[in-house]
Design a protein around this ligand. Structure first.
Ligand code: MTE
Length: 314
């Protein structure tokens, strides 16, 4: 297994830890979760409130070594060890994220500005569609904080996300064999995007996000399968139509738009009833645990899907 490579910019150079920690305690979970949707013409409800306990789990953290060497990031290769081995030269500065579409105030956010958002430490259970899981201490800010700044219009129903295309730095984007069409794209329904659990992560284990985990900024939606967590985002658009998503486009029968973690809905080729926590009971086997509906976040998010057939909307 390759050695863990320290991230390119230490978090201390972007936001000193005391500052982001004090900002975080100043913000408090209620404020962070209750960020109001501002802007005239916003026709949707304020996001649901979340308790600070929603951002903590009693589960043992997955070791940093495993989180940073067992990755899916096909732009750097299709094997789990490829991203940690091939992403070292990926340049994450300068960087900006363009936010446009059905918004009152479209804006391109520079990385420095994003790093000044109210950063929080949030530990989430993560479940990959392939059947493995991790417990990851992210550093990030709620997506709703960013969306508030661009003032979504009442006509916005969905949010789409796009990863950078940079074949000269991403070996998986060039050559004869390309695993997926680029850019990698993902999407959420607007209410999912506004939910306080939905995070834009810029770090993990209190440090700047390693390249292989989606530096400099990636999406984290803990109640959905891992492929919804699009990495190295350069564009976010608010749309009226349901956005294209990479895995649904490549195999709609196996990967749906919603992709909520659901032990009762099998993947066409395997069961989703149990999962292997990476780093526990051996790296690859034994000690599987039951997968929980919405990955254990049902209390917070099940109401978003009230009345929906979750077998049809997988
Ligand atoms: N984002 C991009 N741009 N490219 C990818 O291949 N893989 C997805 C998701 N985001 C992927 C991506 C999948 S399948 C998973 S499980 C998670 O990233 C893995 O995130 P991690 O490596 O931080 O655990």
């Amino acid at each position: 297994m390759p050695a863990y490579r320290p991230p390119q910019i230490p978090m201390s150079e972007v936001t000193p830890r005391e500052i982001y920690l004090s900002r975080r305690s100043f913000m408090g979970s209620a404020t962070a979760a209750g960020l109001a949707i501002s802007g005239a013409g916003s026709a949707f409800a304020a996001p649901l409130m979340a308790k600070s306990s929603d951002y903590k789990v009693s589960d043992k953290l997955t070791p940093k070594e495993a989180i940073t060497t067992y990755n899916n990031f096909y732009e750097f290769g299709v094997n789990k060890e490829d991203p940690s081995q091939n992403a070292g030269a990926f340049k994450t500065t300068p960087w900006s994220v363009k936010v446009d579409g059905l918004v009152g105030k479209p804006k391109e956010f520079g990385l420095e500005e994003l790093m000044k958002m109210p950063l929080e430490d949030r530990t989430y259970r993560m479940r990959c569609v392939e059947g493995w899981s991790m417990v990851i201490p992210w550093v990030g800010f709620p997506l709703v904080a960013l969306l508030n700044q661009v003032e979504p219009l009442g006509s916005a129903k969905y949010v789409s996300f796009e990863t950078v295309v940079r074949p000269e730095e991403m070996p998986g984007q060039k050559g004869l064999f390309q695993a997926l069409p680029w850019p990698y794209v993902e999407g959420l329904r607007l209410d999912e995007a506004l939910h306080p659990l939905t995070l834009l992560a810029v770090g993990l284990y209190g440090e700047t996000l390693p390249n292989q985990n989606g530096a400099p900024i990636r999406l984290v939606v803990p109640w959905k399968y891992g492929f919804k967590g699009i990495k190295s985002i350069v564009k976010i658009s608010l749309t009226e139509k349901q956005p294209e998503t990479t895995w649904k486009n490549s195999n709609a029968r196996e990967y749906g738009f919603y992709s909520n973690v659901n032990p009762a809905v099998d993947h066409p080729r395997w069961s989703q009833a149990t999962e292997q926590r990476i780093g526990e009971g051996g790296f690859f086997g034994g000690n599987r645990k039951p997968t929980l509906p919405f990955n254990g976040y049902a209390d917070q998010v099940a109401s978003l899907y009230a009345g929906m057939d979750l077998k049809a909307n997988y």
